[in-house]
Design a protein around this ligand. Structure first.
Ligand SMILES: NC(=O)c1ccc[n+]([C@@H]2O[C@H](COP(=O)([O-])OP(=O)(O)OC[C@H]3O[C@@H](n4cnc5c(N)ncnc54)[C@H](OP(=O)(O)O)[C@@H]3O)[C@@H](O)[C@H]2O)c1
Length: 235
């Protein structure tokens, strides 16, 4: 039997996929620890999700901030059992036109930021032998898209990290489910040059449903990956 839900820790929880996953996990009975740089969107997410939990404004690039929040979460809300690193950015431009700094920032937020979250909370999960990590990959974790060099590099890197981590923690009771969506209708696209078929993208609600489904799996089962694509293919 599945144990009662603990604290779900979600970065990038102030908008898009992170916000929707927060709402879904609240509906499953989790208390929420919501992380992002801006307080107001996090508070809006917490209110929309029913208000059980707390917000922690922080930058996922700062490992020390996440370590501090991990200690605070445990004291204020109880033990965490779900980790969702949904904080992410997309700098989209041809490689030679993109400032070199954009690659560094993409790697720091999308890859190192996820690692920072895991490093802060994973020891406690392993100590209890329970929990699920739900990194948000992308169709761009395995396939190149013109103009998306920094983003693809960060997601391919994250894929390597979590697949290696999966082998390290296999059999501990802590599971990893990769979420691998294609284009999803979120505010991320507001900053991407070009015109995009928003109404053909994956609705964020599908990510929320997918996460709950993975968590409901029998503890003897690891849902290793959930891939979602727009029915029309890559947009
Ligand atoms: N939308 C898609 O088509 C799609 C497809 C596949 C995968 N994904 C992935 O899904 C995840 C969520 O993306 P989304 O589409 O929901 O984008 P979004 O709506 O732009 O949300 C991104 C969130 O990340 C937070 N964030 C950005 N930099 C941060 C930092 N340094 N520290 C802490 N928080 C930070 C932002 O809040 P603050 O600005 O307040 O910090 C924001 O709430 C990302 O990893 C993205 O790569 C998206």
């Amino acid at each position: 039997m599945n144990p009662s839900p603990g604290v779900a820790v979600i970065t990038g929880a102030g908008s898009g996929i992170g916000r929707e996953i927060a709402r879904s996990l609240a509906g499953r009975g989790h208390r929420l620890a919501l992380i992002g740089r801006r307080r107001e969107p996090l508070e809006a997410t917490l209110a929309a999700a029913g208000g059980r939990g707390a917000v922690f404004p922080a930058d996922v690039r700062e490992a020390a901030q996440l370590e501090r929040i991990a200690a605070e979460t445990e004291g204020a809300l109880g033990p965490a059992d779900v980790l969702v690193p949904a904080a992410g950015i997309a700098h989209v431009a041809p490689f030679l036109e993109q400032p070199a700094e954009d690659l560094r920032t993409s790697l720091e937020v999308n890859l190192v930021g996820a690692a920072n979250l895991f490093r802060a909370y994973l020891p406690a999960l392993l100590g209890r032998g329970i929990g699920t990590l739900l990194p948000i990959l992308s169709v761009a974790a395995r396939r190149g898209f013109s103009g998306w060099t920094s983003y693809c590099a960060s997601k391919w890197g994250l894929l390597g990290l979590v697949e290696a981590l999966r082998e390290e923690i296999r059999g501990t009771g802590v599971r990893i489910t990769l979420l691998t969506p294609g284009a999803t209708a979120s505010p991320l696209w507001d900053g991407v040059p070009g015109s995009w078929q928003r109404d053909a993208m994956i609705p964020v609600e599908e990510l929320g449903r997918a996460v709950v489904w993975a968590l409901e799996a029998d503890p003897r089962v690891e849902v290793e990956e959930i891939r979602l694509q727009p029915a029309k293919g890559n947009l």
